[in-house]
Design a protein around this ligand. Sequence first.
Ligand code: DHK
Length: 147
Amino acid sequence: MTSLLILNGPNLNLLGTRQPEVYGATTLAEIEIQCQDKANALGIDLQFEQSNHEGVLVEAIHGARGKFDGIILNAGAYTHTSVALMDAISSADVPVLELHLSNIHARESFRHKSYIAPVAIGQICGLGPAGYLLAIEGMVTYLGEKA
Ligand code: DHK
């Protein structure tokens, strides 16, 4: 059975109350429920995690090798700073799809740079929580085409 990891980075635990004008009113727990419903409908296995710590995210990517078929990664602000996450993805041998709730390209210029993008199979941003569901579909399609 296809197995996906959705990995959420710093401050995403605050969704629902954090700058709702930017990130919306949906909580991360609600997004997880929607993702699990989507995974059930597609007949895949899904693990959903969040951490505010860069090293924990690095280790989650390391641990995905041989365990998950793909990773959907919203690295939060580490997207724009973390060579460590970029190197972890390069070393993990697991395809990563980059995801953001907001359109990072339409925001402050420091958010235009992504260390994830060069090592990701693609990027979804600006679609809010719906982006998570599209990312699951996109990764399943990608894995199906690769098989
Ligand atoms: C989430 C964050 O926390 C920001 O630091 C990124 C991303 C954008 C999002 O839109 O999901 O810049």
